[in-house]
Structure formats: C-alpha cells, structure tokens
Design a binder for this molecule. Structure first.
Ligand SMILES: [Zn+2]
Length: 290
C-alpha cells in the first residue's frame, strides 16, 4: 500500500501537476479574458494553427496574439469610443499576404452621472491646461508601448482588496458638458494600503500627473498594459521587472480625486478596456459593469 506522506509519492504528485498544466496549455486551454464585444470590451478571434505565431494589426496598431502552433488567438481591445458594427484586423503570416478577419461590435449603454459643480472646478487654468497637454502627449507614447512576447496568462489579479466604487464606462456630464467616460476601475481602500502588480511585467513609466496623481504603468507584453493611479507612494521605477503580486506603491489621493482609492486601468492595443474582464480573484461585491 502506498503511504500518502511518503516523500517519493509527494514528489510524483508535484510532477503530475506540472505535466497536466503543460498539457492544458498545449491543448489551447488559454488563460484569456472574458469576451465582451462592445465598446470598452474585448474580442477574441481564433486564427487557426500555424507553425509560427502570426502578427495582427488594426491599422498601424499591433494586436496581441497568443496560443500555440495548434491554434492562435488574437485578443483585441475595443476602444470606448468605437462605433458599433463591424470591426476588422489584418493577420500576417510568414510568406502569405495579409488576411482580413472581422468581428461585430455590439451596442452597450453605460450608466451616466450628471453633476453640477462650480464653474472653476470644470475649467482648468491656463497653466494646468498646458501641463495637462504636455502630459497627454507623454502618455500617448507610454500607451503605445508594444513588446513582442505575449504574457503567459491574460488573467490578472485585483491590485488591492476593496469594493469597486465606480463603474468602468460611466459617462460623466459636468454642468451639461460631456467629459471623457471613466476608463478604469475604482477600488476603495484606505490610504497606505499596498497596491500590487496585477500580473508579471516590466515598469515602463512612473510619474506625478495632473489628473492621475502618482502613477505606475506596467507592460505585460504584446500591448497589454496596466496603470495604477492616485498612489500615495511609488515603490518601483521604470525598467523594474515585476512578478504578479509585487508591490508597486500604496493607495493615496494624489491628483484630481475626492479621496483615497485606487484607479486601475487595463489597456490593450492602446484601448482602455474593462478590467473586470481580466479578473479571476476579484475581491469585493460590486457587479461587473454593464
Ligand atoms: Zn477612476
């Protein structure tokens, strides 16, 4: 009879687990985000088998392709500003002409928040506007980061425990003027709570920005980026390699915010998409945004 506590058996069990994980990957059981083909969502498009990983792009913007030679998948971020209807990407395989693939973007109605505030709180001063314009140009470069190797998993962890206090996609109207929709997830947590990397990756930018306050950006590979805003302190610097769960800073209230919380964004092919689609271990009771 086998003794379950014997070191030999324990070793063999571990070996079996590793083998079964490897098999699952080979069989294309990929760790993909949940698909939701709406503005602010994600489309997953099967590209079929080929010996090499194909390239894919929308216009000039490269798109994440993951999988194995048994089957590749393009994972496309759909911008909040995308029109509903047909979307398309071009797939490039070695020695073959580009092939167009299409997907359908369905309509979605995100909640709307109308606020009346003092005019001075809506209109930026000349100095603040100039600073914001400079930062916007810099952040456009950051969000265009594309490193070739796709991440080993597209499942992310919630970077801080806490309730999600506001929905992704919320349309905000201040004094009857439409503002940019809310393009991330807000998580309530006390100032000073450690914020961790949602996945493995490399820090590509840190800074103190007008709206976002102390901010960290992580490149997870192939155009999947995450952004952590309003931090009290930043614990990393550009170039740092991080494992999932490594501390990047602490929750704060820097930048334009009404109080301490983490604003967390996920960007895919330069589109801010709903972070909830990538979560496996979400903490908190808030429903996924609609
Ligand atoms: Zn936010």
């Amino acid at each position: 009879m086998l003794d379950a506590s014997s070191p030999t058996l324990r070793r063999s069990r571990v070996a079996l687990c590793i083998a079964s994980v490897a098999f699952a990957c080979g069989a294309a059981a990929l760790d993909l985000p949940r698909e939701r083909t709406v503005p602010g969502g994600v489309a997953t498009i099967a590209l079929g088998p080929s010996p090499d990983r194909p390239g894919a792009r929308i216009g000039d913007v490269p798109v994440l392709v993951t999988g194995t030679p048994a089957g590749w998948v393009a994972v496309v971020g759909i911008p909040l500003a995308a029109k509903t209807g047909k979307g398309s990407l071009v797939v490039e395989r070695r020695g073959r002409p580009g092939e167009q693939k299409t997907y359908t973007i369905a309509p979605v109605k995100y909640a709307e928040q109308r606020l009346r505030v003092a005019p001075g709180q809506v209109d930026l001063s000349k100095e603040d506007l100039a600073r914001h314009e400079r930062e916007r140009a810099h952040l456009a470069q950051v969000i265009a980061t594309f490193s070739d190797e796709p991440p080993p998993t597209l499942k992310l962890r919630q970077p801080v425990p806490g309730e999600r206090s506001s929905s992704f996609g919320l349309r905000r109207v201040f004094n009857d003027q439409a503002r940019n929709p809310h393009s991330g997830m807000d998580i309530s947590a006390p100032a000073g709570t450690p914020v961790v990397a949602a996945g493995a990756g490399r820090v590509i930018d840190t800074g103190d920005y007008f709206f976002n306050g102390n901010t960290v950006w992580i490149d997870h590979g192939a155009g999947l980026l995450t952004m952590y805003c309003h931090l009290d302190t930043i614990a990393v610097k550009a170039g740092d390699a991080l494992a999932a769960g490594d501390t990047v800073g602490t929750v704060g209230a820097t930048g334009r915010t009404t109080g301490p919380h983490l604003h967390w964004s996920v960007s895919l092919n330069r589109a801010m998409v709903d972070p909830a689609l990538f979560l496996t271990d979400a903490v908190g009771a808030a429903p996924a945004s609609r």
